[in-house]
Design a protein around this ligand. Structure first.
Ligand SMILES: [Zn+2]
Length: 281
C-alpha cells in the first residue's frame, strides 16, 4: 500500500481503513474470546488452593497442639505414678493410723489425677482423630484442585501459544492502520467501539438496516452512505456506517467471530423472516 499523508486520504479511504481496523480488532477479540473462562477458572482454582493450604496449615497446628497436650498429660501421669509408688513404699513404714490415712489419701488423690489425665488424653486423641480426618479430606481436595489447575494452565498455555503469533501480527496491523487514520476520527471510533456490546465501531448496511443495532436506515441516509463522501453514523447506536461494497473491498475476510455474532443476532431477531440472504461480499 502506497504511503499517504493522513490528510491526503479521501473519506472513502478513511472508511476503508476504519473497516480494516475494525476487522483486525475483531480478530483480536476473537482470539481473546478463545481463552474464554479459562483465565478466570485458573484464578478461581489458585484462590481455592490458597484457601485450602491455609486450612490444612491450621488443622496441622491444631493436631500439633493436641499432641503436645497428650505428651504433657503423659508426663503428669508418670509423675503421679512415681508418687503413688513412693507413697506405697512409705506405707510399709507407717508408724500410726494418722500417717497411714494421710498416705492413703495421697495415693487416692494421685490415682484420681491419673484417671483425669487419662480422660483428657482420650478426649485429645478423639480430637486428633477428627482433625486427621479433616486433614485427609482437605489434602485430597487440594490434590484434586492442583491437578485441575495444572490441566487448565496447560490448556490456557496451549491456546496462548497458538494465538500469540497471530495476535502479535494483528497488533502490528492495528498500529499501522491507526497511524493512517486521523486522531480525532480514531478517537471517536474507539469511543464507539468501547460502548458497543459486540466491539463493533464500524458496521456496514445490511438489508437497509444498521449492521450493529439492526434499526432501519432511511433511504436518503442510505444514499449518503453509498456516496462515500462523508462519515455517517447510525442515529440509534452511533456506530459508523459504511456501504457493504466498501467493506467487501477489504483484502481479508471479516473474522469468523464477527460473522457468527451477526448471524446469531439475526437469527434471534428475525425468526419470523425466512428469506434472509447474506449481503456480504
Ligand atoms: Zn445502529
Amino acid at each position: 500500500m502506497a504511503k499517504k499523508e493522513i490528510t491526503d486520504l479521501s473519506v472513502e479511504e478513511k472508511l476503508k481503513a476504519l473497516y480494516q481496523l475494525q476487522s483486525a480488532l475483531s480478530e483480536i477479540d476473537e482470539k481473546r474470546s478463545l481463552r474464554g473462562e479459562l483465565p478466570l477458572e485458573v484464578q478461581d482454582l489458585e484462590d481455592e488452593i490458597e484457601g485450602l493450604s491455609i486450612r490444612i496449615e491450621k488443622i496441622r497446628t491444631e493436631i500439633d497442639e493436641f499432641q503436645k497436650a497428650v505428651s504433657q498429660k503423659k508426663a503428669e501421669i508418670a509423675e503421679a505414678q512415681a508418687s503413688v509408688e513412693r507413697y506405697k513404699t512409705q506405707l510399709n513404714d507407717v508408724k500410726n493410723n494418722r500417717e497411714y490415712d494421710t498416705l492413703s489419701k495421697e495415693i487416692e488423690f494421685q490415682s484420681l489425677e491419673i484417671e483425669l489425665c487419662n480422660k483428657k488424653i482420650r478426649e485429645a486423641a478423639a480430637r486428633i482423630s477428627d482433625r486427621e480426618a479433616d486433614l485427609k479430606a482437605s489434602e485430597e481436595i487440594i490434590e484434586e484442585r492442583r491437578n485441575d489447575l495444572e490441566m487448565k494452565k496447560n490448556e490456557l498455555d496451549e491456546i496462548m501459544e497458538e494465538t500469540r503469533a497471530e495476535e502479535e501480527r494483528l497488533k502490528i496491523k492495528v498500529k499501522e492502520l491507526e497511524a493512517k487514520i486521523e486522531p480525532r476520527l480514531l478517537m471517536s471510533f474507539k469511543r464507539i467501539r468501547k460502548n458497543a456490546r459486540n466491539g463493533l465501531g464500524v458496521v456496514y448496511v445490511q438489508r437497509d438496516a444498521c449492521g450493529g443495532c439492526f434499526n432501519k436506515i432511511p433511504p436518503q441516509r442510505q444514499l449518503d452512505i453509498k456516496m462515500h463522501k462523508k462519515i455517517i453514523v447510525c442515529e440509534y447506536c452511533g456506530r459508523i456506517l459504511i456501504d457493504p461494497e466498501l467493506a467487501g473491498v477489504k483484502t481479508e475476510k471479516p473474522s469468523a467471530m464477527e460473522d457468527k455474532k451477526k448471524t446469531r443476532k439475526r437469527a434471534i431477531r428475525k425468526t419470523a423472516k425466512t428469506e434472509e440472504s447474506e449481503t456480504e461480499a
